[in-house]
Design a protein around this ligand. Structure first.
Ligand code: OAD
Length: 229
């Protein structure tokens, strides 16, 4: 089976009702990155940061995976699919995809602020974190999210996976955030690269086939063309 490596961003969850970050009306218009998504924000006002992520988690229970997620999961019948997602939601998992690397962390996990940074899973019954919620060793719990200004621990793995791709697919990311956006540069020469996004993405290498549609419709079109080959 050919290896299909997929880089996803907020756009694949847009049709599920989770707003993107940088489109008009996106999350970063409502909140300042510096207030909720940096180590500095955490130092200055941890309660606000925890509340921001509690709200993001709450929203997860009100949304469902969409056709884009489901079509990607179905492709596992025909391809070895490896997803590298910048998303912190769990919609890829809930749609049935089995191989998912969360480059920027996961909403439904928290981690200890101890030097060992142990990770804990949250549950639907108890998904909020507040100041004073501590790990068994007594350290405050923080969101398991890669904030701006923090290293991306899984980027080496993501690069290795990208280098192994027989087909590379990008869905719903503005390719503004590094190092995730640089993954496209690690695709082997001659490998087909597809990009699905309803808006125009600038500065793309010449070899990229763009499907300028939303994730659901775009995935249907892509599947037709992949399976025809
Ligand atoms: P952005 O909000 O920057 O980009 C979303 C992309 O989705 C844009 O290119 C939109 O055109 C596209 N889009 C909108 N609707 C779509 C649809 N129906 N189908 C497909 N695509 C659609 O989000 P990301 O690129 O994912 O980091 O942002 C990267 C990172 O920046 C995020 O992981 C997050 C954020 O700050 C952290 O939280 C650490």
């Amino acid at each position: 089976m050919k290896k299909l490596v997929v880089l996803t961003g907020a756009g694949i969850s847009a049709e599920s009702g989770i707003g993107t970050f940088r489109d008009a009306g996106g999350l970063w218009e409502k909140y300042k990155i510096d207030d909720v998504a940096t180590p500095d924000a955490w130092r200055k006002n941890p309660a606000l940061v925890l509340d921001f992520y509690n709200q993001r988690r709450k929203q997860l229970f009100t949304v469902e995976p969409n056709e884009g997620h489901f079509t990607l999961a179905e492709l596992e019948k025909d391809f070895e699919v490896q997803i590298i997602t910048q998303n912190v939601d769990n919609l890829h998992e809930r749609s049935g995809s089995t191989d998912i690397l969360h480059l920027h962390g996961e909403l439904m996990k928290v981690r200890s602020t101890s030097p060992r940074e142990e990770v804990f899973k949250l549950t639907a019954d108890s998904y909020e974190t507040h100041l004073g919620d501590k790990c068994p060793k007594g350290f405050q719990l923080r969101p398991h999210i890669v904030w701006f200004g923090e290293a991306v621990p899984d980027i080496e793995d993501a690069i290795r996976i990208t280098q192994q791709a027989d087909i590379f697919l990008i869905i719903g990311t503005s390719l503004n955030v590094y190092p995730a956006a640089s993954l496209i540069n690690y695709v082997k020469p001659g490998i087909p690269v597809y990009l699905i996004d309803p808006n125009e993405i600038g500065h793309l290498p010449k070899n990229v086939t763009v499907i300028q549609k939303g994730a659901g419709e775009g995935m249907k079109e892509l599947v037709k063309s992949l399976l025809a080959k």
